[in-house]
Ligand binder design. Structure first.
Ligand SMILES: [Zn+2]
Ligand SMILES: [Zn+2]
Length: 313
């Protein structure tokens, strides 16, 4: 039997967003919803969008008209084999920094334009490290409340209203309760739009001009990006060379905030663009070694990347 207040998930909606709206539609808190319908399994003290117990998926299947594929598609694991091939150690997903019910990190992004629409919901792609821009609205994504700078943690809108039904829509900040869309819109520039189109196409197709396996592209993109923040005395050469190459400084930049990532992702993307010529130009005359690149890869760097390294350093 279908749940009485069933509402369908929106396209690309992430599980927790739908679950919040679904509970609200049933006029109960999500905790109570879980007690009734998910055998009381805790939801908010884990990254359930990333790791969801099978029993929850089964209950959804039994009580909604959704197909198994559609249910799988609510979770970040649906990016497996495309954006990453190892959900545990991937740098492709943003960490939300779970501490009980709290969120310490700014790992859930949003688009003002999307959250202004009538049905307000969060998208799966707003957990991807590579997301900078909403191409639908041409707006830059944000990673915190513009009024009080708190991370986005909409489940906490249910806090402190004992017995009461949550009333807030998903455009409210849990902390200051103000509308997170009520701030100046920042339109994306041409470079960021070009970058995001490339990223989204890579995800849609599962491959790009560099590789048949898109997850290897994302692994190189994020490994290189991470190196731009390296404070290691031994392994900071790539950062130093890029700083010289682009006349920038990565000091005081924070990989955990979208503002910094906007810079580091665009720089990294530019190095990989028109592969491999731009990268070869960058390598030429620089004292970089194979291990400056290979050391952080979980296994070995993908062939398309390591091959260019081997012949050019
Ligand atoms: Zn949007
Ligand atoms: Zn706020």
């Amino acid at each position: 039997m279908n749940w009485p207040g069933y509402i369908k998930p929106e396209e690309d909606e992430i599980f927790t967003s739908w679950f919040y709206r679904l509970s609200k539609e049933h006029r109960i808190k999500s905790h109570t919803f879980s007690k009734f319908f998910f055998d009381g399994l805790p939801i908010w003290n884990r990254d359930i969008d990333q790791y969801c117990p099978e029993i929850i998926k089964r209950k959804i299947y039994e009580h909604t008209p959704l197909s198994k594929d559609r249910i799988e598609n609510l979770f970040l694991s649906s990016f497996d084999g495309i954006v990453f091939n190892d959900v545990i150690s991937t740098k492709s997903l943003l960490s939300i920094g779970i501490n009980h019910r709290k969120r310490r990190k700014f790992g859930l992004l949003y688009c003002i334009g999307c959250l202004e629409k009538e049905v307000k919901f969060f998208k799966k792609s707003w957990r991807l490290t590579s997301s900078l821009v909403c191409l639908e609205c041409s707006l830059k994504l944000l990673d915190s409340c513009p009024h009080c700078n708190s991370p986005i943690a909409f489940h906490r809108l249910e806090n402190g209203i004992k017995g009461k039904i949550p009333e807030n829509d998903l455009n409210s900040c849990y902390k200051c309760l103000r509308d997170i869309t009520k701030t100046d819109k920042i339109y994306a520039d041409d470079d960021s739009i070009k970058y995001q189109k490339y990223i989204n196409n890579t995800i849609d197709f599962g491959f790009n001009d560099l590789t048949q396996y898109s997850f290897t592209f994302f692994s190189v993109l994020h490994e290189l990006e991470h190196k731009l923040y390296s404070r290691s005395k031994k392994w900071n050469k790539f950062r130093i060379e890029v700083e010289k190459y682009r006349s920038i400084s990565m000091l005081n930049k924070n990989l955990n905030r979208i503002k910094s990532r906007e810079e580091s992702l665009l720089i990294t993307y530019e190095l990989l663009e028109s592969w491999p010529q731009k990268f070869i130009n960058f390598l030429s005359g620089r004292k970089l070694t194979y291990s400056d690149f290979s050391k952080d890869f979980r296994d070995i760097p993908p062939f398309w990347f390591s091959n260019v390294l081997k012949f050019n350093i």
